[in-house]
Design a protein around this ligand. Structure first.
Ligand code: SF4
Ligand code: SF4
Length: 409
């Protein structure tokens, strides 16, 4: 695709990056077949190809409007289009650049602006969020149905976190919303890794990975969160005390793995960011598969692979293999490449599309009549749990439970 960048962006890093990405797009439209927003809305401007065209026009200096912003807002940033594209177009980076550009030129309406500011202020503060979800649980019977579905009724107790005792140590990210919604996930990961000779530790003062504010289009604040997290982790990394940084939420993992790129133009942080990104692994990448005991569990389970795992990190089949080795029967899931509609704060800001995608996803997950659904990201978990007929859990909790049953008869 040919493009003539406008003067205001021609000699900037974003301009050069966007131009290189755009030149790869041949406008074939293959990506529309796997785009969830296009499948729901049927408008080409709600497809990757249509959005690429809108971003191209904005980069060339054409006027942008609230309509341009709406089509970009409706994108789930699921990156299914990247997996499908035969030309290797890095749509995710392009849409970040396009959104930043449009956001700077199109002021949002009062309610939209307020809702976004509120989400960006509350969700990244883990302690505040924990207090608010605690209050939400108390008031749950009085909440409207849409909000009720977002607040888990009962928190599973986290259980024991084994004291660090192994020479091998890995760092886990507590994250921002996960401790308030499911503190049991990281504790389960710590117990499973402990069995295999790895101690999992968390760094004090480590907060949000930055994805939340970055994808709400507060890109500068998102980068500030990334720098703060690097600062919290750096002493442990610099002293070589941890061999990897483990992500139990694939959404955070997809972002932290891109730190090197996202902070490439920050001379004070780019080297640290690249080192952190290189150390980062999804939990499924560090479980020693060959050491997992086999046939210790039974039952039918459907795995929902989050977009941030399968498209963002390009990890496919690893979780399913662990669960199958443990003895679970993995049910077939139609259209497993499609987003469930969670997508960070998308389910709150675009509830109609998110709700439709969730209904479709739950129907597909339910076709094999599973007894439970497993997933790998807290956002997908809470979103699906809001309407699922069977329990939805993080896969490491399912595995942890199976391992505990095997040991204690
Ligand atoms: S992004 Fe890829 S698949 Fe989509 S229109 Fe461009 S080249 Fe084709
Ligand atoms: S990221 Fe997902 S929703 Fe956005 S254009 Fe690509 S496939 Fe469609």
């Amino acid at each position: 695709m040919q493009i003539q960048l406008a003067d205001f962006i021609r000699d900037t890093p974003e301009g050069r990056e966007a131009e290189a990405i755009l030149r790869k797009c041949v406008h074939c439209g293959f990506c529309t077949a796997t785009c969830p927003s296009y499948q729901v809305l049927g408008d080409d401007l709600d497809s990757p190809r249509g959005r690429i065209y809108l971003i191209k026009r904005a980069l060339e200096g054409a006027p942008v409007s609230a309509k341009t912003q709406l089509h970009l807002d409706r994108c789930l940033t699921c990156r299914a289009c990247e997996t499908t594209c035969p030309s290797g177009v890095r749509y995710g980076r392009l849409v970040d650049i396009g959104r930043g550009l449009v956001e700077a030129r199109v002021p949002r309406g009062g309610f939209d602006r307020l809702a976004r500011r509120l989400l960006a202020s509350v969700l990244v503060r883990a302690r505040l969020f924990k207090v608010l979800t605690g209050l939400g649980r108390l008031a749950r019977p009085l909440l409207p149905a849409a909000l009720k579905a977002k607040v888990p009724g009962k928190l599973a107790p986290p259980g024991e976190w084994p004291a660090p005792r192994h020479a091998r140590k890995m760092l886990a990210l507590a994250g921002c919303v996960q401790p308030g919604l499911a503190p049991s996930i990281n504790a389960a990961a710590a117990r499973v890794l402990d069995r295999f000779g790895i101690s999992l530790v968390e760094a004090p003062r480590a907060g949000c990975c930055g994805a939340l504010r970055f994808h709400l289009n507060y890109q500068q604040e998102g980068r500030d969160d990334m720098r703060a997290l690097i600062d919290a982790w750096w002493p442990l990394v610099e002293r070589g005390e941890v061999e990897a940084i483990v992500m139990t939420a694939s959404g955070c993992g997809a972002t932290v793995k891109e730190y090197g790129h996202l902070l490439a133009h920050d001379p004070a942080y780019r080297d640290k960011a690249a080192r952190i990104a290189g150390l980062t692994k999804d939990l499924a990448e560090v479980i020693p598969f060959d050491a997992l005991p086999s046939a210790i569990a039974a039952g039918r389970i459907a795995f929902h692979s989050p977009c941030t795992l399968q498209h963002g990190q390009q990890i496919r089949g690893a979780v399913e293999s662990c669960l199958a080795r443990a003895g679970f029967e993995l049910t077939a899931v139609r259209d497993a490449h499609l987003c469930c509609g969670s997508a960070g704060t998308y389910s709150l800001l675009q509830p109609a599309i998110a709700g439709e995608l969730r209904s479709r996803k739950l129907a597909a997950l339910g076709e094999g009549r599973p007894e439970q659904i497993a997933t790998a990201n807290i956002g997908c978990l809470t979103h699906l749990q809001g309407a699922a007929q069977v329990p939805v859990r993080h896969w490491i909790e399912v595995l942890d439970e199976a391992l505990q049953r095997k040991i204690s008869p």
